[in-house]
Design a protein around this ligand. Structure first.
Ligand SMILES: O=C(O)C(=O)Cc1ccccc1
Length: 278
């Protein structure tokens, strides 16, 4: 039976993405709770799929305001077996969940770093003196909120319903247009289709033009890049891994040719998958 790892506990945005995936891809399985496997951190959810403990992991990769989710990018680079099978974009609207009756009663606010960052201006304006505590997911602090009337969490409306906790204010995100892209990761490599592909590479040597060569491979073939992001290799300061999304599918001949040439101008190249975005 298909099992899905996601960043838990229940009520996270990652769980919402997992439910959306089920609705779209396996409508027959939608209401089977044994499918859904919450993990406490993003790397643990990804490892569960890598090790074959679950078939699929669903994790956030990028937010329209805060940018890349570094834990996901770093785990993807480490992964040997996983491929991106699908991307799911969800609108994100944050609620302030608390048993406090007024804002001035709140002393501590919990959320995932992305949740805190996406509400930073609102927090500075309405709760300037509260202690902000970063948690592994938006729902991690909800137990504390249930026990302590001076605590609050930034999480979804759905999370408030699931944990039967009140919402004091909604929405509190600084930008009304706030979207997060989630990746569906699986070991099934036969799944190479869709409109987009992701890859990552390190460079052979840090020298003038080192990044231009890989970029020219795409430019020369009229392949459009939809994203480029760098992460440190963690080997030495100033060395990077580049994550690139292209608007092309890997079985495409033009694209295969590009990848062959890319191998010659990169040190280590990883094909992360071809997939559709829903
Ligand atoms: O913690 C969650 O709910 C997540 O799924 C990560 C996250 C946090 C904030 C916005 C989008 C995703």
């Amino acid at each position: 039976m298909t099992k899905i790892a996601y960043l838990g506990p229940a009520g996270t945005y990652s769980e919402m993405a997992a439910l959306r995936y089920l609705q779209l891809s396996h409508p027959d399985l939608e209401h089977d709770p044994s499918i859904m496997c919450p993990y406490p951190t993003i790397p643990q959810a990804i490892n569960a799929a890598e090790n074959g403990n679950v078939e699929i992991a669903i994790v956030p990769v990028e937010n329209s305001i805060q940018g890349g989710v570094t834990m996901t990018l770093d785990s993807l680079w480490q992964s040997e077996a996983l491929q991106i099978q699908q991307a799911i974009v969800l609108p994100i609207a944050h609620a302030l969940i608390t048993r406090a009756a007024i804002l001035t009663d709140i002393k501590t606010v919990y959320s995932h770093p992305q949740g805190l960052a996406q509400c930073q201006l609102w927090l500075d304006c309405h709760l300037p003196t509260v202690q902000q505590i970063a948690t592994d997911s938006t729902t991690d602090g909800l137990q504390r909120v249930a026990e302590d009337g001076t605590s609050a969490a930034i999480a979804s409306q759905r999370a408030a319903e699931l944990y039967n906790l009140p919402i004091l204010q909604f929405p509190i995100n600084d930008q009304p247009d706030n979207f997060t892209r989630f990746l569906v990761l699986g070991r099934n490599t036969s799944h190479r289709q869709g409109t987009h592909s992701s890859l990552a590479f390190s460079l052979k040597r840090n020298m003038p033009g080192a990044l231009v060569k890989p970029l020219l491979v795409f430019a020369d073939r009229h392949i459009n890049l939809s994203r480029i992001e760098s992460r440190p290799t963690k080997r030495s300061l100033g060395e990077y891994i580049f994550f690139i999304d292209i608007e092309a599918a890997l079985p495409d001949a033009n694209c295969c040719e590009a990848l062959e040439e890319l191998k010659t101008v990169t040190e280590n190249l990883k094909i992360l998958g071809s997939y559709a975005i829903t």
